[in-house]
Design a protein. Structure first.
Length: 122
């Protein structure tokens, strides 16, 4: 496995865990909100760091890490970071995967909110 992937996966996991437990235990947010806030903060910061790393020729965050964060719920702040920093906006392959993940998330929210799919399962 790529050492950069392992490094940034660990950084994002530890950062997420610290933020999640702070939001959950100290601010008493419900778990879903603590998760969404924490994952979006971590996602935004990693996009910002990756842009800075690209400018300064530092070690870059692997695209797979960014996609995993988006898959876990960092889509809103990933969109903000992409537009704010003009980061990854011209990489066609990255954008196709990103928007497929976003479309999948919208479809999942629709199914959960507007159908009885969950009632059929549980």
């Amino acid at each position: 496995m790529n050492p950069a992937f392992i490094r940034y996966a660990l950084i994002s996991t530890i950062s997420f865990g610290i933020l999640f437990f702070f939001l959950k235990l100290r601010l008493h947010l419900p778990s879903i909100w603590a998760h969404l806030v924490a994952i979006n903060i971590v996602g935004f910061l990693l996009y910002a760091y990756d842009k800075l790393a690209g400018i300064r020729a530092w070690g870059r965050v692997p695209e797979l890490v960014l996609h995993i964060l988006v898959l876990l719920g960092a889509t809103p702040m990933a969109i903000v970071a992409q537009q704010l920093f003009w980061h990854k906006t011209t990489k066609r392959r990255f954008q196709v995967i990103f928007w497929l993940i976003a479309l999948l998330q919208v479809a999942m929210v629709y199914v959960v909110v507007y159908t009885d799919f969950l009632k059929m399962i549980f």
